[in-house]
Ligand binder design. Structure first.
Ligand SMILES: *[C@@H]1O[C@H](CO)[C@@H](O)[C@H](O)[C@H]1NC(C)=O
Ligand SMILES: *[C@@H]1O[C@H](CO)[C@@H](O)[C@H](O)[C@H]1NC(C)=O
Ligand SMILES: *[C@@H]1O[C@H](CO)[C@@H](O)[C@H](O)[C@H]1NC(C)=O
Ligand SMILES: *[C@@H]1O[C@H](CO)[C@@H](O)[C@H](O)[C@H]1NC(C)=O
Ligand SMILES: *[C@@H]1O[C@H](CO)[C@@H](O)[C@H](O)[C@H]1NC(C)=O
Ligand SMILES: *[C@@H]1O[C@H](CO)[C@@H](O)[C@H](O)[C@H]1NC(C)=O
Ligand SMILES: *[C@@H]1O[C@H](CO)[C@@H](O)[C@H](O)[C@H]1NC(C)=O
Ligand SMILES: *[C@@H]1O[C@H](CO)[C@@H](O)[C@H](O)[C@H]1NC(C)=O
Length: 905
């Protein structure tokens, strides 16, 4: 309740709907009770809400994360009186999300049943209200999803799949329901009363594209813009109605205005479009690639001179395409391997997608993160981390508009998915119709955001589900046909039928299409495994928990784009302390093991066995590559272990990211790295780079470093001993620079005079600056490191300014546990005047230097997790504070450590 009040007041939607002469009652203002006769519970409730939240705040249970399956197995009824209605006026109920199986009654009369959390529902209740005796009541019975899906699964003739196809994580039968895994919530709900000849806009589509543009294909960039709008209304649009558009810039200047043409009026839907001069409007770009120009689009429904309703949406002018076209002759001539493209183009320009996977933060109940402030903090970390794209993974819920709004203004592209993942789905007519409604609603609702860069049918379907089904049931084409019925037959038309501006892929990981022909009933014919020898096609998804081969580059996939890869690590001590008792602060305590969902429980109620495997993987990786802590103080030891698992995670991701990025200049022409995963939605061992409260793990700093436009990195072939180094650039023009290569002993002494060399690196390309073999290196790799640093000049996309880029990278023997680490003599200082820290190694090489922020402060440094050699000038570190409860005293609690500390008792 408290959280929701806060959320409600902090959400200022950037699109507004003006309704005239109508009465719209926001049901969050009604007095609700939530009850379960079976458990004899009846407590106050709220809207939007979640049954767990309402029960938790009313003290029905005390631990929000434990022993709550009984809530899931019960039915819950929300009930309220509807005050202030005029019973003579036509009246609708409008729900923007009911989770999931409900039975709705007004005045004790059945109105409707619903079964899809992701749809908008609206019901005309005028006649029921007319015959209502006494004060009208609204009652919504939310059925137990776990029980109802068990019943659906048991229906005669219901679909079944071969063993092992349906990914089982917590609850069985999830493929039968259109809901996320958490239970019984509801979004905004309204009662709308419409006097004669008025309408209420319940949903709207705004699509901005270049004239002639078709989905999935790069448009002509000189073509004028088309603005297409279409409004879904309650009530009935008069035949004589027209549409008017105003385009208003951020300073409230109207830049274009006029009537929409080719108006189609279908009573409850009215649409039209207009050509807008391409020169009048400034383009929207993702962060790092140009400015985020935004405009307000006001669409008004007019009848004669009378304004019936209007909607205003904030959007921008950009084209974004996932280009999967065949490799052209001119691309072949540039050394690109044959096959198909698989990369994004913004405003006609190919670019490198740098980012991660975003876990939809829809685990609402105890998740105060889902506020404007928290989401802005998170997106600030994305932008500060040099990330321009997030993949909004399928297994939560569709994002609310306010998160897209933040992404629009901060320039973060959001690859969005329909909520399907790691399963195959029923294809009976009822299910497909239900999904069709869902998809049309969601696409029309959020298509207008310039940050929206792709719709994907779902997570790990083509690469995982279809291959598991094919292996389990060889020769049976049924599974693939059913997959196509849903993902090409239902979802694709929801995109292509509503918008021209967005590309679609049926599965997030895919080899793309064999053919795209808009005259076919299914315009997209999938390639699947129809691959030619030596050709490269799709994007890649890579997990390997055998840490022994973590740095063996030959185990990484060669593809056009990496959309998922990762390894889990522990959060910091500070984060654990927020969630678990002091006696549980040791590596394999039961609480920690139960919070670790890798590997998932697979339907059982406790998860010691599968989780222990995942805990073991973190331990083994730490032991393989680093000195591991043996500290006397148990909490310090626990903290150092958590930190070491983070170093391995970051090290492993960096190795993959540098490999993928270098691929931009290799035959695979690799143009994307989205690691798994951006952020945590609770305190637990996960793949995240940002912990639950926003604290950066080692990974987020390392990703920030390696996602800079110009980087240097080494590449070691563990089989042959070949060692190379490359400079890689994601800029759009040629850069020139100098590299310095210097061998140091771990004692900090230079082993030879540094080598300087000049290089040129092309746009989205790479250049080799070192070729040797570790057998030819004169130094013992247990006591030598190669420092490589570059200074380059180039210009950022859409900027005339010449910029200087610097980057540094250390090559070392694979196992730092064997390295002759010495006390680096770190000296950390805080400068009151500048507010900056400085740090220096005074005695020896410092590996993985880490500045640690005390609990109670959310801040991040401009860099962290780097190496230092003595003799260099002290490193200046600035901090960005996002939330501080220490009144500024945290600066005195910052500590510095390096890998050397792992060797201390
Ligand atoms: C759901 O199923 C469980 C287990 O069979 C049962 O105890 C419970 O009463 C059912 N709930 C409802 C609302 O029918
Ligand atoms: C539980 O709710 C569902 C959906 O509203 C309904 O069909 C079912 O009859 C309810 N069961 C009980 C025991 O109330
Ligand atoms: C634009 O107009 C709105 C509404 O009239 C007002 O709140 C806002 O401050 C104006 N913005 C600017 C930049 O003038
Ligand atoms: C309106 O329709 C005509 C005929 O189909 C077409 O030529 C024109 O481009 C359309 N105008 C807009 C703005 O879509
Ligand atoms: C990368 O640069 C090299 C050297 O200039 C050039 O031969 C190659 O074609 C470039 N790669 C691409 C994909 O343009
Ligand atoms: C490492 O060398 C082996 C043997 O020459 C080769 O097969 C492999 O492709 C190389 N790995 C990489 C990533 O280049
Ligand atoms: C590399 O770092 C050293 C030490 O800070 C510096 O002297 C040198 O100029 C740097 N080289 C380049 C190319 O930036
Ligand atoms: C700031 O930190 C306090 C204490 O950890 C927390 O309760 C509060 O929610 C945080 N606020 C924001 C906006 O991060």
């Amino acid at each position: 309740m408290k959280i929701w009040n806060y959320l409600q007041s902090s959400v200022i939607p950037l699109f507004t709907i003006t309704a005239l002469a109508q009465k719209v009652i926001d049901l969050s203002t009604a007095e609700w009770t939530v009850s379960s006769p079976a458990y004899n519970i009846s407590v106050p409730g709220s809207v939007p809400s979640q049954v767990y939240l309402d029960l938790y705040y009313e003290g029905v249970f005390s631990d929000p994360y434990f022993g709550l399956r009984w809530v899931t197995c019960a039915n819950w009824t929300y009930e309220a009186k509807l005050d202030g209605l005029d019973e003579a006026v036509p009246t609708w109920l409008l729900f923007n999300g009911l989770d999931t199986f409900t039975s709705i009654e007004v005045c004790g009369q059945h109105v409707a049943s619903t079964n899809n959390q992701f749809r908008q529902y609206y019901f005309d209740v005028s006649s029921i209200l007319n015959s209502c005796s006494g004060a009208p009541t609204l009652s919504i019975n939310f059925g137990s999803a776990i029980n109802i899906t068990a019943d659906i699964a048991a229906e005669p003739g219901q679909e079944t799949w071969p063993y092992g196809v349906e990914g089982l994580f917590e609850f069985p039968n999830r493929q039968f329901m259109r809901k996320e895994q958490s239970d019984f919530e509801w979004d905004w709900a309204y009662v709308v009363q419409l006097p004669p000849s008025t309408v209420y806009i319940r949903n709207s589509l705004l699509d901005i594209y270049r004239q002639g543009q078709l989905n999935n294909l790069p448009p002509e960039q000189n073509a004028p813009w088309i603005v297409n709008a279409s409004l879904d209304v309650l009530g009935s649009v008069p035949e004589s109605a027209s549409l008017h558009l105003d385009i208003i810039d951020i300073d409230n200047t109207t830049v274009a205005s006029g009537s929409l043409q080719n108006v189609t009026n279908m009573d409850t839907r009215i649409g039209g479009s207009v050509v807008v001069d391409g020169q009048a409007c400034r383009l929207w770009w993702p962060t790092g690639l140009g400015p985020q120009n935004l405009y307000y689009f006001k669409i008004t429904v007019l009848d004669g001179g009378r304004e019936l309703a209007s909607v205003t949406k904030r959007s921008g002018f950009r084209t974004i395409v996932l280009n999967m076209m065949p490799i052209s002759d001119s691309q072949l001539a540039r050394g690109i391997a044959p096959g198909n493209n698989w990369h994004f183009e913004i405003n006609g320009q190919e670019f490198y997608s740098l980012g991660s996977n975003f876990i939809p933060p829809r685990w609402y109940p105890f998740c105060p993160r889902v506020t404007q402030t928290k989401m802005k903090q998170l997106f600030q970390s994305v932008v500060d981390g040099n990330q321009n794209m997030l993949r909004v993974w399928a297994s939560g819920s569709y994002l609310p508009d306010f998160i897209y709004d933040i992404a629009d203004s901060m320039g973060v592209l959001l690859w969005s998915e329909f909520q399907f993942g790691d399963a195959l789905y029923p294809v009976n007519e009822e299910f497909l119709d239900n999904v069709r409604e869902e998809a049309n609603y969601q696409v029309r609702r959020n298509n207008y955001h310039p940050s929206l860069c792709l719709w994907a049918g779902g997570n790990e379907l083509e690469n995982l589900e279809l291959s598991v089904a094919a292996a389990a049931d060889p020769g049976n084409d049924k599974w693939r046909q059913e997959y196509e019925q849903l993902f090409l037959g239902v979802l694709l038309p929801a995109i292509y039928g509503n918008t021209r501006s967005i590309s679609y892929i049926p599965s997030s990981t895919t080899n793309g299409y064999l053919e795209l022909d808009f005259s076919l009933p299914f315009p997209m014919i999938q390639r699947y495994d129809n691959k030619a020898e030596g050709s490269i096609y799709g994007d890649t998804d890579h997990y390997n928990y055998d840490s022994f081969v973590a740095f063996n580059l030959s185990t990484y996939p060669v593809g056009r784009f990496a959309n998922e890869f990762g390894y889990h690590s522990m959060p910091s001590l500070q984060t654990w302390e927020q969630a678990i008792a002091p006696e549980d602060l040791h590596f394999n305590s039961s609480t920690i093991v139960l919070r670790n969902h890798h590997y998932p429980a697979g339907g059982s109620f406790t998860n010691y066995r599968n989780s222990s495997k995942g805990m073991g993987e973190m331990t083994i990786a730490a032991e393989l590559y680093y000195p591991v802590p043996h500290m006397a103080d148990p909490v310090a030891n626990f903290s150092a272990w958590c930190h070491t698992t983070q170093i391995f995670q970051a090290d492993f991701y960096r190795s993959q990211i540098t490999y993928y990025r270098r691929g931009s200049g290799f035959p695979e022409r690799q143009l994307g790295s989205l690691y798994w995963q951006l952020e945590d939605i609770w305190q637990a061992p996960t793949w995240a780079g940002v912990e639950y409260d926003g604290r950066w793990k080692v990974l987020h700093y390392v990703a920030k470093d390696i996602y800079q436009p110009g980087i240097v990195a080494s590449y070691f072939n563990t089989t042959t001993g070949d060692l190379t180094a490359y400079v890689t650039s994601s800029l759009w023009s040629l850069s020139t620079g100098t590299a310095t290569l210097s061998w140091y002993g771990f004692d900090g002494n230079l082993l030879a005079s540094p080598t300087n060399l000049d290089f040129l690196v092309g746009a989205l390309n790479t250049t080799k600056i070192l070729q040797t073999n570790t057998n030819e290196i004169a130094y013992d790799l247990k006591d030598a490191v190669l420092r490589m640093n570059i200074t380059a000049t180039g210009s950022l996309p859409n900027s005339d300014q010449v910029k200087v880029f610097k980057h540094e990278y250390y090559f070392h023997g694979l196992d730092l546990g064997e390295a002759k680490l010495r006390d680096p003599g770190l000296v950390l200082e805080y400068n009151e005047q500048s507010g900056n820290f400085s740090i220096k190694a005074t005695k020896a090489v410092a590996a993985w230097v880490w500045l640690d922020i005390p609990a109670g402060t959310l801040a991040n440094f401009n860099e962290n997790a780097f190496w230092l050699v003595p003799g260099d000038e002290k490193r200046e570190i600035s901090a960005k504070v996002k939330n501080d409860t220490s009144e500024g005293n945290w600066v005195h609690g910052v500590t510095a450590r390096s890998l050397w500390n792992n060797t201390l008792a």
